[in-house]
Design a protein around this ligand. Structure first.
Ligand code: 5AD
Ligand code: SF4
Length: 485
């Protein structure tokens, strides 16, 4: 865990520490000294804007980087332009990459107006050699580039950049050590993500993640538990255990521990109220885990279980290692143990070779499982993945038509499920004041559904009983049950 005393103990006039995290503490302090001088010179505060694309893992990485930059002396702002603009990129689908290049064009003009502006790119897209090359050649105004494996080195890279006033590019091909104990920051004071593992070994044939996030590495359970205990002491009531494939947690540990065992240990932490986790691969979801989910009262009644396709033929080409029947049987086992669970999923439409019959298999699974909601994606060709070289890429107009049909079915089911819970009273963790209507506060049910209720900001962070009064398709309007404190 981050310990301020260890940071205080680092002497910036002494030798540069070799060991982490002391080495980063050293650079954080050096950068802070520089930033203080800079602020004096320009007579105003320095600001940082972190723009995060992609998944929960990126969101958590961004929280960590924000904490380092805040320590250095940068004030976080929501606006896209600041003295330091950091893009934490995603490359799962191509349109995320295109978005970044579009943003860079805009930032170039902004930088010409502000000589103190620095631009950094990090994250998954920067683990791709072609993209780094493109930035190197065509975007000379980008000051710092780093990947997913050395995010913890932000302060060191920043210091190198301010010293040299040149550009710093440091992308590691392979994953390195897991460095912990850097300061943490949270978007919400009462909930946060906790990494339990990094990387992925599954190599689904369409997916670039194993190439950019490296091999699977699990954190030591005692480090995870200690981190969560510290978070709870600091006011956190809900944690989301994060990993690309949490069900295979523990396989790389010297002393083996399964994800189910970890979940039971987390469930015992006093003061913690809700546990979520993301993402589960169906092939690794064990009976042991199903039992643990049913037994652990703090584990939320929600499971995100990516289907990707309902066709066993497509699933095989995707290298998912389960069939349609395996998936449906798994859902049945889960529902038997945890009857009130909400299931959500990810589905890809238009995978190479997907026929009308294959697509109908997907619709069939959607209708049988009845997901509370689903993220649907149009297949995006990622170079370097096996699927990119597969025959039978599906024409855009066919994909689009299937995508729309799928969405309609999902939305219809989602609305029916939402409506079926009307008038129930459920526990809700309130997260924020509604951005569109400040008389409303927004919270989440255990099953991850969203509800808006009349209320005031002092309720944020509390878990309160709420009566669901109106269903709006995939979210609710509700009322806090009076008498609750
Ligand atoms: N094209 C479309 N969707 C993809 N996903 C991953 N790779 C691709 C791709 N190449 C989706 C999967 C995964 C989610 C995070 O992103 O559905 O579960
Ligand atoms: Fe990608 Fe498959 Fe790993 Fe998920 S499990 S990150 S889809 S390779």
């Amino acid at each position: 865990m981050f310990d301020n005393q260890r940071l205080e103990a680092v002497d910036i006039h002494g030798e540069i520490p070799e060991k982490e995290p002391e080495r980063q503490y050293y650079y954080m302090k050096k950068c802070r000294e520089w930033a203080e001088e800079k602020k004096r010179q320009i007579g105003r505060p320095l600001t940082v804007s972190i723009q995060t694309l992609g998944c929960q893992m990126n969101a958590r990485d961004s929280e960590k980087m924000e904490a380092v930059l805040e320590y250095i002396g940068y004030e976080p702002v929501e606006e896209p332009v600041a003295d330091f603009v950091l893009y934490n990129t995603c490359t799962v689908r191509e349109n995320a990459n295109l978005k970044i290049y579009g943003r860079l064009g805009y930032l170039k003009n902004q930088k010409e107006k502000n000589p103190d502006m620095r631009i950094a790119l990090c994250g998954c897209m920067m683990q791709e050699a072609d993209e780094v090359e493109r930035v190197r050649k065509s975007y000379p105004f980008v000051d710092i580039v780093f990947g997913t494996h050395n995010i913890y080195k932000l302060a060191e890279l920043f210091y190198l950049q301010i010293q040299s006033e040149g550009r710093v590019m440091d992308v590691w091909e392979k994953e390195g050590e897991i460095v912990e104990d850097l300061p943490g920051r949270r978007k919400y004071s009462f909930k946060t993500g906790v990494n339990i593992m990094y990387g992925c070994n599954n190599f689904c044939s369409y997916c670039i993640v194993p190439y950019v996030r490296g091999r699977e590495r699990s954190r030591e359970p005692q480090d995870i538990l200690e981190e969560i205990r510290g978070l709870v002491e600091d006011g956190v009531t809900e944690v989301m255990l994060l990993g690309q494939n949490v069900n295979s947690y523990g396989k790389t540990l010297k002393e083996k521990l399964t994800f189910a065992e970890l979940l039971r240990k987390v469930n015992q932490i006093d003061g913690l109220q809700r546990i979520r986790f993301m993402t589960s691969h169906p092939k690794d979801l064990s009976q042991e885990l199903i039992e643990a989910m049913g037994d652990c009262e703090k584990v939320c009644r929600h499971l995100h279980l990516p289907l990707q396709s309902g066709s066993s033929v497509v699933l095989q080409k995707m290298n998912r290692r389960y069939t349609k029947e395996d998936y449906l049987a798994l859902v049945e086992k889960i529902r038997k143990k945890v009857p009130d669970i909400s299931l959500t999923t990810d589905i890809i439409v238009g995978f190479p070779g997907e026929t009308e019959e294959d697509f109908e298999e997907t619709l069939d699974v959607v209708k049988k499982v009845r997901y509370d909601s689903a993220y649907t994606f149009i297949y995006s060709k990622r170079s370097g993945t096996p699927a990119a070289a597969m025959e039978g890429q599906v024409p855009q107009e066919v994909v689009k038509a299937r995508f729309d049909r799928l969405l309609k079915v999902i939305q219809g089911i989602s609305a029916e499920i939402t409506a079926s819970r009307l008038n129930q009273t459920v526990e809700v963790l309130f997260e924020e004041v509604n951005s569109q209507d400040s008389t409303l506060i927004t919270g989440r049910l255990s099953n991850n559904a969203i509800v808006h209720c009349p209320g005031t900001s002092d309720r944020i962070g509390q878990i309160l009983p709420v009566k669901l009064t109106e269903s709006k398709g995939f979210y609710y309007m509700g009322e806090i049950v009076s008498g609750s404190s």
